[in-house]
Design a protein around this ligand. Structure first.
Ligand code: GDP
Ligand code: MG
Length: 356
């Protein structure tokens, strides 16, 4: 590895010499670890993004993905970008004609661009990565029937469970992803393991701790849940005899995993109850294997043509399931939907709470 971070100030991890060049945006490493494990937060970039005139008054929808490295997170987020550009206008591309909706997944031979996947240029970078461009959507508020403007931000995380990152740092990144998002995708391979649930428990406790630190905290009702949506995304699902691909199989599988039983050790039940009490909605989606080209072809660059038929189909279904206009969830902090300018202040406060 020769990718030595030299420019401490720049959060750009984008290498213009690579063919990951995207016409409308780039990945911004807004939070990363410094030499001594301390957080380095790019407040300036955060301010620029969320206090942007097109964004500051919109309610924020923040979609984050988290999970172990080299499990296809960034790959998925690059397809999520295709979905977003195919279905929404954005700050950098306000004139998007949106006539490519049906074909949002792109041409068969088109190389995948966006958040760099497969490590590549920024293998040493860990932390939270935001897509620089923000998507815009006008929704009708169910309560007062008025239009409300949404600004949708995509967030990738990197460096979890790798050899260099400590368990505490892993938990901190995980917790920050939860705090900063309204939709958190927990990307897992094969099956949900007990230690992954424990890990989720720990990270969620960290998140709640950071919220309690916040002096704006108020008394809340008994069934208040601090976080909104958590989606377990199971990659390379193998057991389709018992649980079919997609949302339905996923819900069946998840309810089985999260079930508490009298004969279970108390600690296992506690972890499950804590997770259930922390998120308003828990979903699970079972993804097929992407095929041999994706996992073994060294020259593969993410083209749609390399995807297995099943994977391609369920990739579309999944992204619809998460990102379709009717699925968008505005970020609520302490029960209030927050605007861009409020969101950025909360995020900065959370990041500070985790500094050490
Ligand atoms: P990340 O570290 O989790 O962001 O993983 P990347 O998106 O960089 O992908 C790591 C490797 O996994 C790449 O070689 C991808 O081609 C491959 N990959 C992408 N999606 C999947 C998947 O669903 N299953 C498997 N087994 N590999 C995948
Ligand atoms: Mg990645």
């Amino acid at each position: 590895e020769d990718s030595n971070e030299s420019d401490e100030k720049s959060s750009e991890i984008f290498d213009s010499s690579s063919n990951h060049v995207h016409p409308f945006g780039k990945p911004l490493n807004i939070l990363r670890f410094g030499e001594n494990g301390q957080f380095i937060v790019d407040n300036e970039t955060l301010n620029d993004m969320f206090n942007h005139p097109d964004v500051k008054d919109c309610k924020i929808v923040a979609v984050s993905i988290i999970g172990a490295f080299r499990k296809g997170k960034s790959f998925l987020m690059d397809y999520a970008l295709r979905f977003m550009y195919g279905n929404y206008k954005s700050v950098a591309y306000p004139d998007n004609p949106l006539n490519n909706t049906a074909n949002w997944m792109g041409e068969p031979e088109e190389k995948l661009r966006g958040f760099s996947w497969r490590g590549g240029v920024q293998r040493d970078t860990s932390g939270v990565i935001l897509w620089s461009d923000i998507f815009l959507h006008e929704a009708v508020d169910k309560k007062n029937k008025k239009n409300k403007k949404l600004a949708i931000v995509l967030m990738d995380t990197q460096g979890l469970f790798d050899t260099k990152t400590s368990p505490t740092d892993n938990s901190r990144i995980f917790a920050l992803g939860t705090l900063a998002s309204s939709i958190q995708i927990f990307n897992l391979n094969d099956v949900i393991q007990e230690n992954q649930l424990e890990y989720l428990h720990l990270a969620t406790e960290f998140s709640q701790f950071a919220m309690k630190e916040n002096k704006n905290n108020r008394k809340r009702s008994k069934n208040y849940k601090p976080f909104q949506k958590l989606v377990f995304l199971m990659r390379d699902w193998q057991n389709k005899q018992d649980y079919v691909y997609g949302e339905v199989g996923g819900m069946g599988y998840l309810s089985n995993v999260l079930q508490t039983r009298p004969d279970q050790p108390v600690s296992l039940a506690n972890v499950r109850n804590f997770i259930k009490s922390s998120f308003e909605s828990l979903d699970c989606f079972l993804m097929p294997h992407p095929g041999a080209t994706v996992t073994t072809d060294e020259n593969y660059e993410g083209q749609r043509i390399g995807l297995s038929e099943d994977f391609e189909e369920y990739l579309g279904i999944f992204l619809e399931f998460i990102l379709a206009p009717r699925k968008l969830i505005a970020k609520r902090i302490l029960n209030n939907e927050v605007s861009g300018s409020e969101y950025v202040e909360y995020i900065k406060a959370y990041f500070r709470a985790f500094e050490s």
